[in-house]
Design a protein around this ligand. Structure first.
Ligand SMILES: [Zn+2]
Length: 1077
């Protein structure tokens, strides 16, 4: 093209338009000019001729400029700065090219450098360090400055002004951790178990002088290039982007990449991104911005690395954010999980103070209000309460603020009572996005009101960019609109950006890209305008204001937000789940008894707040969304096993101390008269097991008979149970005169399924596993193993494979003296499990007809379909339950109770309790070994009601019997905080504890308050208006308030003569604070 200008003017015409074509001019072949753009910013064959060669105008490597020495920490230890830099440690010389390992080891580098004269005045000098692993830069006096990621990502540390002097040696330390952001997965497949023997080469340890114009042009070109690639071809903006990019390349070539032409190229870019992208001023326009970019950094508290590494990830990631906040005034960064702040406070006081200073300035923002970003499916109601109580109190005590937004982007489904619990914990907003992972149905809303079982609601927003680790690319901004499903109500959205899962958070690149995205919106439009809001609260405030003024009515979603994926997480890592259940129960009993002990016990007894906090904090930590669900590596379960061991050890001591303070004595002091007393820690009086007098006339209360080869009949006053080859072949209700099993049905049948999900082994069980059902057959004849007048039992052994076996013991006890109490057929199973990708379940076929089954959830019941009518119904082929599941029809039902399981399925009339899985990734040994599991089947006349709810508690809470010299007095004390007999039986008094800030209890985090308080938490368990009176026994109460979960008083309530009167709406959970006299 081109050629000389050789116009022939026509003198009679004024127009200067040439009469003759100067030569052919072709229409640009669009895709070729678009594909050309890659040449400018790729590291391929044209790199040396491209912008990439101009990003740095100087590089110093090795001696005499940089001197490297290293100390290898022994035995995979993670020493502190002080330990690492001890005089006793010998730092040996090293250089680029050396590799360090093995996986999880730590290496401390001493980096000594000197700048040559001409470098002192360079606009920007950076140390580029790439060990292909995570690392942390420290000052030589032990201040952690900044994290490094490796593998080309976040490898730069800006050499500060005070280090920029001529020929003077400066020293920093770099702590290298031999793991990547995602741990050390074998073969690079993220979820494969860690490779213990990875080595990491140090490929970059250079000082570089940065050409800031070239770097800025790089981001200009990147984002304008995205416009050329991603805007629709029928938009002028797409064509314009392509023209601008080609013009920049032509200019660069013409100017041979000189600094002057790079400046010229940037001027060309301004046609598209405007002239303000070099500062936060780009955001200061009148534009209506609908996309709200907010920095965040998802640090999985454990996942593909152990807790000890998480602690370092926090310091690395958050120090980086402090640095970015200093350099980018528009930056806003949110971080959740009080536990992570607490670790930082304990281990990195310098980094914590830096964070604290930025929190004060407003750039660094606490969010989430919970202790960790926990699983919401499996923790008990009280655990969810404590996640917020401990989380909010930590934030308040350290930073003087509570969170209003429950921030939980990455957990595997959301329990139906969360909106109520959030509201009661001071949070009226909820942010997540995980439902975009559904692999069957597309969740239909982005912004909506999420409604709990009791009708409480929170505004929920699910980021339409469908990630919480956005790279702040052009495409993320586009998706914030193109995948927004609530546009007819409100077009705004959150765009949570920042490297995550393994930590990291926003990078300067991402902030540069966001400025340019906004620049495009300001200048050429079409791209949705993106701003950085003051806070997440600002985003929600606007939504709330619109709703409050009637400007918009958000759609509603009632009930759970079921994740159509990761259903294996209700079962994987059985031991961990069992420990969760057992520790919740232990804590419940400790708090109840310790409270009583402070009211009427040994006067020297002190409520063990510190130890209770220690226990709760560990239990809450283990509820992290990759820990309790079973999706972490083996190292994490060693961590959690250790934590639970400490919890149980502490717990048993606390229980013993409380009992001693209450005067219980099991022989130690040798009281002359001491009677058995049942510890009454549940909301109703549990009967002591009364061993009924057996007379010749009455006969035994329960019998067992062998009626043939491997045929047995067990019978009490309520049930007749026939067993054949270990399975229940008939379950006959003698009172209701009804057979519970279908003809030919076998209850308690153990079945094994092939279990190979599409990818996420520990996480997923896929619907096709149901095609591979295989019944287990006993390996020998069943035997009578117990035959007393009160209990009979049959044991049966099964061989699952050459390696695995099970022994089950099915037992029937004498029926209760309370005619209203249904009998249970109990089973204990001792499993030795060594399978590969198999799923063990136990089945209960029934004769019950209903299109819905019921499952216990936190503070209530959730009903789910038993059919596969639609994809939405079928997606729930495996669901979560707590202590029980129930299938009832008019007049009759069957409940299945468990002591440590969470996975269940009801298909038609078949109920199945999930027992064990055998995934091999990310933990190659998940669930291998011995397991002790208990379940029970409880047929009941009439509907699902309090009998099942109470049976669930009694099956799980051990009946503790201890000796007391004054049984009447102690029973009187234990009658406090129970409901009167006339109270609605649906009411459950769930928790009794002391007030957090009572003078004699307070841990000093918050100002202590005068007086002694008891907190009573009660809920309606069945879903209807419930009234009742909580008796106080000998406990004298001066005043009482209804309070929230954070124990703020809401309204004063009357304490009547009988006790505290309560009235709760369906599935309400209410807390009361009683001031003791
Ligand atoms: Zn996560």
């Amino acid at each position: 093209m081109g050629g000389e200008q050789n116009w022939v003017m026509v003198p009679t015409m004024s127009a200067k338009y040439p009469q003759h074509a100067s030569g052919p001019v072709g229409k640009q072949i669009h895709h070729i000019y678009r594909d050309r753009l890659r040449q400018f910013t790729n590291n391929g064959q044209y790199k040396e001729q491209s912008l990439m060669a101009k990003l740095y105008d100087g590089r110093l490597s090795g001696q005499p400029h940089i001197k490297l020495s290293v100390w290898d920490a022994p035995d995979l230890t993670r020493p502190t700065f002080k330990e690492a830099t001890s005089k006793d440690n010998e730092f040996r010389e090293t250089k680029k090219g050396e590799a360090f390992g093995p996986s999880w080891s730590t290496h401390w580098f001493k980096v000594q450098f000197k700048l040559p004269y001409e470098w002192v005045y360079k606009p920007r000098v950076e140390l580029h360090w790439d060990s292909h692993s995570e690392a942390m830069v420290w000052t030589d006096d032990g201040k952690p400055l900044q994290g490094l990621t490796g593998n080309g990502e976040r490898t730069e540390w800006i050499v500060p002004k005070e280090f920029r002097d001529y020929d003077k040696e400066h020293t920093i330390y770099i702590e290298m951790a031999c793991n990547g952001m995602f741990g050390n997965p074998t073969g690079g497949d993220t979820i494969q178990p860690p490779d213990p023997n990875r080595y990491f080469p140090l490929t970059e340890a250079d000082l570089v002088s940065v050409n800031l114009d070239a770097r800025a042009l790089y981001y200009d070109f990147w984002i304008i290039g995205d416009g050329a690639r991603e805007f629709p071809e029928d938009s002028w903006q797409e064509h314009q982007a392509l023209q601008v990019c080609n013009e920049i390349m032509d200019c660069f070539i013409a100017g041979e990449g000189s600094n002057a032409c790079i400046k010229e190229c940037r001027n060309i870019a301004k046609k598209y991104v405007g002239d303000k992208v070099d500062s936060a001023d780009v955001y200061k326009t009148e534009a209506t911005s609908i996309v709200n970019a907010i920095g965040n950094c998802h640090i999985d508290t454990c996942w593909l690395w152990p807790w000890a590494e998480t602690k370092r990830k926090i310091a690395r990631s958050w120090s980086n954010q402090c640095d970015l906040l200093d350099r980018y005034p528009e930056h806003r960064f949110v971080a959740s999980q009080a536990q992570q702040y607490k670790w930082l406070e304990e281990l990195y006081p310098y980094a914590f103070d830096r964070v604290k200073a930025h929190i004060k300035k407003g750039g660094f923002q606490t969010i989430g209000g919970s202790w960790v970003e926990h699983d919401t499916n499996m923790p008990s109601g009280e655990s969810l309460v404590r996640q917020f109580l401990y989380g909010q109190r930590f934030f308040e005590s350290r930073f003087g603020e509570r969170s209003r937004t429950f921030w939980l982007p990455d957990t595997f489904g959301y329990s139906t009572q969360l909106p109520q619990i959030c509201r009661l914990a001071g949070m009226d907003r909820f942010f997540t996005q995980k439902l975009s992972w559904n692999n069957i149905n597309n969740f239909p809303h982005t912004t909506f009101n999420w409604v709990a079982l009791d009708g409480s609601q929170v505004i929920c927003h699910m980021a339409p960019c469908e990630t919480y680790t956005a790279d702040a690319n052009f495409g993320d901004v586009v998706r914030s609109v193109s995948r927004h499903k609530s546009m007819d109500q409100d077009a705004t959205s959150l765009l949570p950006f920042g490297k995550g899962d393994g930590g990291g958070g926003p990078t300067f690149e991402q902030l540069e890209k966001l400025r340019r995205c906004r620049g495009i919106s300001n200048t050429v439009g079409l791209l949705p305008s993106t701003k950085i809001p003051e806070s997440v609260d600002e985003f929600f405030d606007r939504l709330e204001h619109r709703a409050a003024t009637g400007d918009v009515e958000f759609v509603t979603w009632y009930g759970e937000l079921y994740l159509e994926l990761h259903r294996g997480c209700y079962t994987t890592q059985a031991n961990n789940k069992r420990n969760n259940r057992k520790s919740e129960i232990l804590l419940h009993d400790i708090e109840h008894l310790a409270t009583l002990a402070t009211i009427q016990g040994d006067s020297s007894y002190k409520y063990p707040k510190k130890d209770i906090d220690f226990m709760w904090e560990n239990v809450l930590l283990c509820q992290f969304h990759d820990c309790l669900p079973g999706s972490a590596i083996e190292m994490c379960y060693r961590d959690s096993d250790e934590a639970y061991a400490k919890v149980f050890k502490t717990g048993h001591k606390l229980l013993k101390d409380a009992l001693e303070a209450l005067g219980f004595d099991d022989g130690a002091k040798g009281f002359k008269v001491a009677s058995d007393v049942v510890l009454q820690t549940l909301g109703w009086k549990r009967g002591q097991v009364i061993k009924r007098q057996v007379t010749a006339a009455s006969g035994p209360a329960v019998t067992v008979k062998q009626t043939g080869t491997d045929l047995f009949v067990l019978q009490n006053e309520q049930l007749k149970v026939e067993l054949s080859q270990g399975a229940i072949t008939s379950l006959y209700d003698l009172k209701a005169k009804r057979e519970v099993l279908p003809k030919g049905g076998k209850a308690n049948q153990l079945v094994v399924f092939d279990d190979k999900p599409l990818y996420w082994q520990a996480w997923d069980v896929e619907v096709f596993h149901l095609n591979s059902r295989k019944e287990l057959k006993p390996s020998s004849s069943s035997k009578i193993t117990e035959q007393s007048s009160h209990r009979v039992a049959i044991s049966t052994s099964y061989k699952i494979s050459e390696k695995s076996s099970i022994t089950t013991t099915v037992s029937l006890s004498a029926s209760s003296t309370d005619p209203n109490k249904p009998s249970l057929v109990e089973t204990t199973a001792d499993v030795d499990w060594h399978e590969t990708m198999k799923f063990l379940k136990v089945e209960f076929p029934t004769t019950i007809t209903n299109t819905e089954a019921s499952y216990e959830t936190q503070y209530g019941i959730i009903r789910r379909p038993t059919h596969y009518n639609t994809d939405w119904d079928m997606a729930k082929f495996e669901v979560v339950c707590h202590k029980w599941a129930d299938l009832s029809e008019h007049g009759y039902g069957v409940s299945v109770l468990n002591d440590s399981k969470y996975g269940f399925a009801t298909a038609g009339k078949m109920m199945r309790l999930s027992l064990l899985r055998a995934p091999k990734a990310p933990d190659a040994h998940a669930d291998m070994g011995k397991h002790h599991i208990k379940w029970a089947v409880m047929p009941h006349a009439g509907p699902l009601d309090e009998r099942t709810v109470r049976a669930g508690f009694e099956f799980n809470y051990p009946l503790r019997v201890h000796k007391h010299p004054e049984p009447a007095r102690i029973e009187d004390l234990m009658s406090a905080f129970k409901l009167t007999p006339s109270s609605s039986p649906s009411l459950i008094v769930d928790t009794i504890k002391r007030g957090e800030d009572d003078e004699d209890v307070s841990n000093g985090d918050m100002p202590a308050k005068k007086g002694r308080h008891v907190i009573v938490r009660v809920y309606d368990s069945l879903g209807g208006l419930s009234r009742g009176t909580i008796m106080l026994g000998p406990v004298e109460v001066k005043r009482a308030w209804k309070c929230n979960l954070l124990e703020d008083e809401l309204e004063e309530v009357k304490v009547g003569r009988e006790g505290l009167e309560v009235e709760l709406r369906a599935f309400e959970v209410a807390s009361f604070k009683l001031l003791l006299a």
